[in-house]
Ligand binder design. Sequence first.
Ligand code: KG4
Ligand code: ZN
Length: 361
Amino acid sequence: MPVILGLESSCDDTAAAVIEGTSGQATVLSSIVEGQTSLHADFGGVVPEIAARAHAERLDGCVEQALQAAGMTLADMDAIAVTAGPGLIGGVVSGVMCAKGLAIGGGRPLIGVNHLAGHALTPRLTDGVAYPFLMLLVSGGHCQFLIARGTDSFERLGGTIDDAPGEAFDKTAKLLGLPQPGGPSVEREARNGDPAGYDFPRPLMNRPGCDMSFSGLKTALLRARDDVVAAKSGLTSQDRADLCASFQSAVVDVLRAKTERALDQYMALAPDLPLLAVAGGVAANTPIRAALEALCAARGVAFTAPPLALCTDNAAMIAYAGLERFEAGLLDDYTLAARPRWPLDAQAAPMLGSGKKGAKA
Ligand code: KG4
Ligand code: ZN
């Protein structure tokens, strides 16, 4: 069975992984992820130049560790798969150059993988789910609904037109003096808060389609915080909890309503085994997950979320997407280019804006 080495360096995680198997039935032999959180901690976001340098320095070490952990050498690899976009261009270039070096040096085929395809195909790696399935990709850098029809066939139903929800969680935490990453901190605070404490906007709720917007929510939270601070000369822990609970409840409502719309479009295809998969760091949020699970249960749709280590950025998903491309004969040559923007669905209207973690697609 084919063995694929995957490389990922499009944002702030340097990663390498080895997988073995066939399409829909693959095993992760090793998966190394080196995060860069501490490198960017002083800057309030990922600094592209720092990220790119760190990737360039660390990629070969990650590859070595991944091969070692799999008990293999480069000669055992059937192909080298690498994230060729979308993402922060310096990081993507680092990965593509490293992969080219390995492919040329080892005489192995090179496969450029779309990072979003890596996320989107993860449920086929973890659960072997059948096409077509509906995917909600929701993280610090991404937010979109996709119908995955095949290895190289995705339909984007809609997504955020500005910030990703994870970015809004992180910003909320920052505004309330809570630790980063913001998602888990805000979720924790929200447990003791009143979700109806503040009436935050649910942008684009009544607009048809699956597009979302989260930047207004962020601004509303900032205003609400300032109003409380002005009125009471500070925030009590209950104020903080209420702000978090109200913010989270707005995100849940938007995601629930838009997922309902996405399910309508997906179910119109009459899939044999209807399934919604979620991936990305925000999929770890318990109330968001519970809302989506309940929605699916009510409509007879299966629900799955890959384990968190494969939900967040990693190279196993890139190796897996590479495996499907390898089997389909979708190989690249050494002119493979790094692409900062690379929409999965070339037919869909381009999305606006660029998130904290780089270009959206
Ligand atoms: O997928 P990920 O690790 O990285 C990319 O953005 O590519 O996602 C990280 C994001 C962060 O914004 C983080 O705050 C958010 O996922 N996150 C959460 C939770 N855990 C992580 N958001 C809401 N609730 C959580 N429990
Ligand atoms: Zn990602």
